[in-house]
Ligand binder design. Structure first.
Ligand SMILES: Cc1cc2nc3c(=O)[nH]c(=O)nc-3n(C[C@H](O)[C@H](O)[C@H](O)COP(=O)(O)OP(=O)(O)OC[C@H]3O[C@@H](n4cnc5c(N)ncnc54)[C@H](O)[C@@H]3O)c2cc1C
Length: 508
């Protein structure tokens, strides 16, 4: 490949947009395709009756990743985004009527936990949990982040790095333990443990099945905070699309890619309804498994058809325009299920919606009054559900599940008059998510992170099967969630740029 190459990015999710920005900043000619009429993928926006809802992600963490993407182009992220820190980070409503706020400061949180469960050592247990989380994050940072990893062998260059220190790091990854057992080893109170379980809900996996290394998410959130971009998380997608345009990328919404042109095992271009266009390389932000099955096809696609790959969970979202603000809600709230084991068993093992679910709420009007008419609220309610199974028909399942969710909010979040307050209502089901974003079985967060040893690994960013094909997004390394998919876009673009220049960049 030449030093300046032509790159097509398939999909304008946050991962695709990040890849487009980094690739263009490195001097490549970038064309970005998305099948939808808007750019940003799941980071979409809904305007209805004077209300504005972020439709997908609402919790932004680790803004350092965004800063690095803007810095690639010599720009300051703060010139594009007005980020406000949210602390308390979440308000938690438990089924027994008790309530606690998750605070960013570890000492303040530990003191609150000791008040919440006096004399049980909860605060000290939390400090020790965060200590483990910090260590797991440090190890992840060295071996896992900002690199095109697919498996343990990519993580650790055995010949170059296998020394006693590395071995100690690998052993300290607690491969014998799950997220849930690590939390419960330190924090005994069932409600506090349930709250901490929900760090791993950012990746749509069961804390009982997810490897302990994912506890690192807790440290990322306590060390770097939870942020709200004024204008909503949609503003992140808009800022990246603006940057990509300023850097000369050609942006093509409403353009579905139907296949890749592949010759002698290397990508040579892509196909759309208008025909084949040649490119030196393709970065796919389409779900990685569907990229191989549907865009690559052939023997590689067949091999992916045969692989048993587990999607992450899906979800139901209610967008409720209310003529009232509930003053007792925080910007982010969790309304917890009566029993996390029952809930996760339904979602992740039985494959059915939980009878008594946890609901996540975003009530952003106190931070950003522009989301609703004066005195109102643009209430966002997300309940995780199983990924789509063949017998799921959400056109018939939705009305009954809506009832379950509203009853849960009335009961556990102290909102008895909720239904009378609704003036605008829209929703998204797993089937809608599946169709809008072309994901695997309606998965919100790409692929499940289940399995003690390999649970944290996803398909790598530099394809091993097809040359000049790179992968970015929630179903590729390092995984889902806003910061991780943007990092994934950076890694994919960096891997391509390194290949073009014939160097192995190791910038971590
Ligand atoms: C309801 C919901 C709530 C969430 N909450 C949070 C949260 O609070 N915090 C957080 O960090 N994360 C959250 N997430 C997860 C986060 O949104 C995702 O991890 C992230 O936005 C996914 O980005 P992505 O790069 O994988 O691309 P996606 O957003 O999945 O976009 C992929 C794009 O590719 C396009 N595409 C696919 N195939 C083709 C094709 N063949 N041709 C052209 N275009 C194609 C699709 O149209 C889509 O626009 C949430 C997600 C959802 C749905």
């Amino acid at each position: 490949m030449r030093a300046e190459s032509s790159v097509a990015v398939v999909g304008s999710g946050l991962g695709g947009l990040a890849a487009a920005c980094v690739s263009a900043a490195r001097g490549h000619r970038v064309t970005l395709y998305d099948k939808n009429a808007w750019l940003g993928g799941k980071a979409a926006v809904l305007h209805e009756g004077g209300f504005r809802f972020d439709m997908g992600p609402t919790i932004l963490t680790v803004p350092r990743v965004l800063e690095r993407i803007f810095a690639e182009a010599g720009r300051d992220m703060h010139d594009y985004l007005d980020l406000r820190r949210l602390d308390p980070q979440w308000r938690c409503f438990f089924d027994d009527g008790s309530q606690i706020d998750l605070m960013q400061d570890v000492e303040a949180m530990a003191a609150d936990m000791d008040r919440f469960v006096p004399g049980a050592g909860a605060g000290e247990g939390y400090r020790r949990f965060i200590g483990i989380s910090q260590h797991l994050h440090d190890v992840s940072n060295r071996f896992f982040f900002w690199k095109p990893v697919e498996d343990l062998f990519d993580t650790i260059n055995i010949r170059a790095n296998m020394n006693p220190g590395t071995l100690r790091d690998v052993l300290s990854l607690r491969m014998h333990a799950s997220v849930a057992s690590t939390i419960r080893g330190k924090v005994k109170d069932a409600r506090l443990a349930q709250m901490l379980d929900h760090f791993v809900q950012y990746v749509g996996s069961s804390p009982y099945g997810a490897p302990a290394v994912l506890c690192a998410i807790a440290h990322m959130q306590t060390a770097e905070g939870v942020w709200y971009p004024m204008g909503g998380t949609r503003a992140v997608a808009e800022a990246l699309a603006r940057l990509a345009g300023e850097l000369g990328a050609t942006l093509k919404p409403a353009s579905e890619v139907t296949g890749l042109a592949i010759e002698d095992g290397a990508v040579t271009g892509l196909r759309t309804r208008d025909g084949t266009t040649p490119y030196d390389a393709v970065i796919s932000n389409m779900d990685s498994v569907r990229t191989y099955r549907e865009l690559v096809g052939g023997e590689v696609g067949k091999a992916y058809e045969r692989k048993k790959i587990e999607p992450a969970c899906s979800g139901v979202v209610l967008y409720l325009g209310l003529n009232k603000r509930y003053e007792h809600l925080n910007h982010h709230d969790f309304v917890f299920s009566r029993n996390p084991e029952e809930e996760f068993d339904f979602i992740y093992n039985k494959g059915e919606p939980a009878p008594d679910p946890t609901a996540y709420l975003a009530a952003p009007s106190s931070t950003d009054p522009s989301v609703a008419p004066e005195g109102g609220e643009a209430l966002y309610v997300l309940v995780h559900t199983p990924y789509l199974r063949p017998h799921h028909d959400w056109s018939t399942m939705f009305p009954a599940y809506r009832r379950v969710i509203l009853d849960k909010l009335k009961r556990t979040a102290n909102m008895p008059d909720l239904e009378e307050r609704i003036v605008v209502e829209r929703h998204l089901t797993p089937q809608d998510i599946h169709e809008r974003y072309k994901v695997l079985n309606g998965a919100i967060y790409g692929l499940a992170s289940h399995g003690r040893v390999m649970g944290a690994f996803k398909p790598g960013n530099r394809s091993r099967q097809v040359r000049n094909l790179y992968l970015a997004g929630g179903a590729a390394h390092p995984g889902p969630g806003m910061p991780m998919v943007m990092m994934s876009g950076w890694i994919a673009a960096d891997a391509h740029d390194s290949d073009v220049r014939g160097v192995e960049r190791r910038t971590a």
